[in-house]
Design a protein around this ligand. Structure first.
Ligand code: NAD
Length: 251
């Protein structure tokens, strides 16, 4: 039912986890995908090969640290040179690290806010002009339960996702009516980000606290991202779509 044929979609943090699942799903829906990665060049190139098997659209891969404005500029020069348009931006890149407030590590605080907030702002700022020219222009920011209910021991992460939620709501009216801006808020997802907490029985302990009783797959997050980017969501903007098995209600 969802046909994004010919649309151009930039997915950040796309070489692994939710970003990789999202890239595959958008390619299956007919879109051309730009797999934007930071360190995972080999994984990004393998994913690019997969996308080219899925469709003959002009998929791309590009490496950039999105916390650097000059690298974001290079990314968008690539988009302009190869596509000349952009229909959807999925702001998915991010990091999750502990930083207890009574032992605050300032360098870690800055690194986290750079990766999760600065990167998102720089990317959106550069994307807006292209998105405004598209008849489908929209942004999906990947936030978290943490940005709504907080996360003990991880307050910089929770604050960064809260900032993205506030930015989603701000941009949804600031960029209307040309560009829709929404967010998907996952809870616990099976991705490389969670190898450590899921080890040694952690997965079962965490799943037991989720109302639906299990950890989401990356594909289960990709589906709602595609929905928000699609014509099925044409009257939705400023929405924070909770996709977390009901976790946002607890804690
Ligand atoms: P992941 O670690 O597989 O993916 C995150 C990606 O972001 C990585 O590929 C990483 O290289 C990239 N990235 C980080 N900093 C970057 C930077 N400065 N420039 C460019 N790329 C950068 O983890 P994931 O679980 O797929 O995470 C995707 C998003 O989902 C993140 O924003 C994360 O906060 C959010 N999220 C994840 C979960 C979860 O349980 N996995 C829960 C809620 C929200």
């Amino acid at each position: 039912m969802i046909d994004l044929s010919g649309q151009r979609v930039l997915v950040t943090g796309a070489s692994s986890g939710i970003g990789a699942a999202t890239s595959r799903l958008f390619a299956r829906a007919g879109a051309a995908v730009l797999v934007c990665y930071r360190n995972g060049r080999a994984r990004a190139e393998a994913l690019l090969d997969e996308l080219r098997q899925i469709s003959a659209q002009p998929h791309q891969a590009f490496g950039a640290d999105l916390a650097s404005s000059s690298e974001v500029d290079e990314l968008f020069r690539h988009v302009e040179r190869h596509w000349g348009r952009l229909d959807c931006l999925v702001n998915n890149a991010g990091i999750w690290r502990p930083n207890p407030i009574d032992q605050l590590d300032e360098a870690e605080l800055v690194a986290l806010l750079d990766a999760n907030v600065r990167a998102c702002f720089l990317t959106v700022a550069r994307a807006v002009a292209l998105l405004r020219e598209s008849p489908h222009g929209n942004i999906v920011n990947i936030t978290s339960t943490a940005g709504q209910r907080g996360e003990a021991g991880y307050s910089p992460y929770a604050a960064s996702k809260g900032a993205m939620i506030a930015a989603t709501k701000s941009w949804s009216t600031e960029l209307a009516p040309k560009v829709r801006v929404n967010s998907v808020a996952p809870g616990w997802v099976e991705t490389p980000m969670n190898v450590q907490p899921f080890a040694g029985g952690g997965r079962d302990r965490i799943a037991a606290e989720i109302p639906l009783g299990r950890i989401a797959t990356a594909d289960e997050i990709a589906g709602p991202i595609l929905f928000l980017a699609s014509p099925l969501a044409s009257d939705i903007t400023g929405e924070i779509l909770n996709v977390n098995g009901g976790s946002v209600l607890c804690g």
